[in-house]
Design a protein around this ligand. Structure first.
Ligand code: ADP
Ligand code: MG
Length: 741
């Protein structure tokens, strides 16, 4: 009986957090084992730097195609971890084959021919093959050339499934002296026997090809540097990097594959956490931030004057901020909460803390629209006696005004400033910047964030509060923001009304427009969000323009319709938003650019077209644009959920309003690599690790890095050299390490 099954390499969702152990079939490296290793110095990592064009069966064209799979060097190839395995360890006898069952047989060709078919695009090669137990018919589709290759007497390994027509071949290899094994230098049976790895592949580079390459490259696995400290490996019983890299492609037993993958995942997550820790250390190194006095009369009076009570989460956030500001260690805190959760209020609290201790504070946003919006919010929240005034500094600030602001910032008369990148231009000087707030921080590069950081007084670093409106689950925030402390605002301020959300099909379209017209007649406003065209901003812009024209002439002909898309110039975009905010236009037809940067409480309806194309988090962000005022709000999603994932997403968005919960659903549906806008969060691309499944491993790796830091005091300890080199090489930030202090 053959034992054939597909083995999923990715771990199931709930896996034990035990560290990956040595392989089932091998021992962890032992002293006696090491003594037996032939005299040779290794590793030789330079061998792994060679391009894959150096392999047999890999020319420049294929190498180019492989680059799309992020396979450039032989080292990349070794880290190109299979996503599954086929267990073909057992050879079956032909006489034993059962219909419907996959099996591998070793047989000899008796005869082969192309069988005529009626259909033009179909060719069938039919062969009679036999082993000691008897003959069977084997069938190949659309490979007419095989009829000539499969000459009588040829020995073939065949993997396939028996059905009514015969043995339907899924893979075969010719075995024998002159056939040269499996071709291109691979041994016979590579594709058809044993545990066959299945690598992520593409249309241009097939899995079979990658398997052949991996087979050649596996000999270089011992040349991989071992970045994990020996003591750690010994304590956790971890296999060596080289052994794991070899075994992950060609495991001796099925269980070895997962042990090897888990070992590599641990290494990856460990290196990543080490890189984050190093970044944080470097940032902190020797730089002190001004230690601020405890909250005084100014902030206390301001909090008391707010027309609302802080939510529990906001109070916690301000307490954490207070603790941070009272220390000389520069604050590096991330405030995470969806739009409207009250982040700006917390940020302003921190800014006022800086001001009342005699310093300055700045808030930097990624776009002019956002900066203007923050400026308006701050002005509104600061409209009380004795409160400092705030200035706006963006690319559109008139030169004279700009000069005046810069003078006041350098002179210290201006205490609060809101702006864009204009805040970090060369000639901007602060008299005493104690607090920097960076909104939507993932949209700034490391350099830009560092630039604001460098505006501290003298050698001092300002405290920094980062903000993001994209809630992500804790495990992801640890990967993306492992160098920041995270505070989450989950509780929405009182008075925010839940947005009723419907997912509807085309048959409801007329009714939906009538519903919207009713709201418009009542004086409300509406958004219409056009389908996501991932490939092209231009196409998306065109679609929005067309839809705007269609609605203006059709369903909404009695109303004023505006259009907003990403291809418009900033000034035109601003004007379109302005018209909508003032109520001049009642319907805004937009692309997903309205995701950030617009706040119109009077808008109470949103339509999202082809909602199944959007990710869950993105839908949630879009929906957050309504339900911001006193009016009951609604979100109508036109969708055609043809996939299971889309159906789950749409069901989740209509029944759940907690952005963190939705982010978790999103994550479990798609895996971290595919979350829309993953790059935005600064998430690295992991090759062996998969989140959230490896969350336990992530937490474990993080603990181990922290433990290492406690033991070594500094990441620059010589003993940690190879580790930190590997971490920076793999996950380093843009800044180069200074050679000399
Ligand atoms: P975010 O920056 O997270 O989008 P904001 O701080 O701008 O949120 O707050 C959104 C709106 O809610 C603002 O109009 C703000 O005045 C109001 N708000 C903030 N905190 C509270 C609260 N605790 N209770 C009621 N309203 C609040
Ligand atoms: Mg805001």
């Amino acid at each position: 009986m053959s034992k054939v099954q597909a083995v999923a390499a990715r771990p199931p969702a709930s896996r034990s957090h035990d560290p990956p152990r040595a392989f089932a079939t091998g021992e962890a490296q032992e002293r006696s084992g090491l003594a037996a290793v032939p005299l040779r110095s290794w590793p030789r990592p330079s061998r792994l730097a060679a391009g894959i064009a150096t392999l047999r069966g890999a020319g420049p064209r294929l190498a180019e195609a492989a680059a799309e799979l992020e396979i450039g060097s032989l080292g990349d190839l070794l880290w190109h971890v299979p996503h599954g395995y086929r267990d073909r360890t057992t050879l079956s006898e032909i006489a034993e084959l059962r219909t419907g069952q996959e099996a591998t047989v070793l047989a000899e060709v008796r005869s082969a021919r192309v069988r005529p078919t009626r259909r033009r695009r179909l060719t069938i090669v039919e062969a009679t093959v036999a082993d000691d137990s008897g003959p069977t018919k084997a069938v190949w589709f659309n490979q007419p050339w095989l009829a000539d290759q499969l000459t009588p007497g040829t020995r073939v390994l065949i993997n396939g499934k028996l059905d009514r027509t015969g043995l339907r071949v899924s893979a075969h290899e010719v075995v024998g002296a002159d056939a040269g094994g499996g071709g291109r230098g691979s041994p016979a049976g590579l594709h058809t026997t044993g545990i066959v790895p299945v690598h992520p592949a593409s249309g241009r580079v097939r899995a079979q090809r990658i398997r052949e390459w991996a087979w050649q490259a596996r000999r270089l696995a011992p040349d991989a540097i071992e970045p994990l400290p020996a003591q750690l490996r010994a304590r956790l019983g971890l296999a060596g990097a080289g052994d794991a890299l070899a075994a992950v492609h060609f495991p001796a037993a099925t269980a070895d594959a997962e042990i090897a993958r888990a070992r590599l995942a641990f290494e990856e997550l460990f290196l990543h956490q080490a890189a984050l820790a190093s970044r944080r250390r470097r940032h902190d190194a020797g730089r002190r931030a001004p230690r601020l006095e405890p909250p005084g009369e100014l902030t206390r009076a301001w909090v008391g004057s707010l027309p609302f009570e802080l939510t529990g989460d906001q109070r916690l956030a301000t307490e954490e901020i207070d603790a941070d500001l009272g220390s000389e260690r520069p604050m590096q805190r991330l405030l995470m909460g969806e739009v409207g959760s009250g982040k700006t209020v917390c940020a302003l609290y921190a800014m006022l803390r800086a001001v009342e201790s005699g310093h300055q504070a700045a808030l930097m946003a990624p776009t002019e629209t956002l900066a203007e919006q923050h400026f308006a919010t701050l002005e509104r929240l600061l409209a009380g006696a004795g409160l400092p005034s705030v200035a706006l500094l963006t690319g559109s600030t008139p030169a004279a005004r700009r000069r005046e602001h810069l003078g006041h910032l350098a002179g210290g008369q201006l205490e609060l400033v809101v702006g864009t990148h204009a805040l970090i231009e060369e000639d901007v000087r602060f008299a005493g910047l104690a607090l920097a707030v960076v909104d939507e921080q993932h949209r700034f590069g490391v350099r830009q964030r560092a630039a604001l950081d460098a505006r501290g007084p003298g050698d001092a670093a300002p405290h920094t509060l980062h903000m993001t409106a994209t809630p992500i689950p804790r495990t992801l925030s640890l990967t993306a923001y492992g160098d920041l402390e995270v505070t989450a605002l989950r509780e929405l301020p009182a008075g925010r009304r839940p947005v009723r959300t419907w997912v509807v099909g085309e048959e409801k379209r007329a009714g939906a427009y009538e519903f919207i017209r009713e709201r418009l007649r009542e004086g409300r406003q509406a958004y219409v969000v056009c389908p996501l065209v991932a490939e092209s901003d231009k196409l998306q812009a065109r679609a929005a323009t067309k839809e705007g024209e269609r609605l203006a002439a059709g369903e909404f002909r009695d109303f004023d319709v505006g259009v907003l898309h990403g291809q418009m110039k900033a000034s035109r975009k601003g004007a379109a938003m302005e018209r909508f905010a003032s109520g001049e236009t009642q319907v805004l037809v937009a692309t997903s650019v309205i995701e950030v940067g617009i706040d119109v409480p009077n808008a109470s309806v949103m339509v999202i077209e082809e909602a199944d194309r959007y990710g869950l988090s993105q839908l949630h962000q879009l929906r957050g644009r309504v339900g911001r005022g006193e009016h009951p709000s609604a979100c109508i999603l036109f969708a055609d959920a043809d996939s299971e994932a889309a159906r789950i997403r749409l069901e989740a968005i209509s029944s759940e309003r907690d952005g963190f919960k939705l982010a978790e659903v999103d994550l479990s549906l798609r895996g971290e690599g595919e979350i829309l806008g993953t790059r935005q969060h600064g998430l690295p691309h992991f090759r062996a690790a998969a989140l959230p499944q490896d969350a336990g491993t992530l937490l474990h790796a993080r603990d181990e890095v922290l433990a290492l830091l406690r033991t070594h005091d500094s990441l620059d300890a010589p003993a940690l050299g190879p580790l930190m080199d590997a971490a920076r090489l793999r996950f380093g930030d843009e800044r180069a390490e200074p050679i000399a202090a």
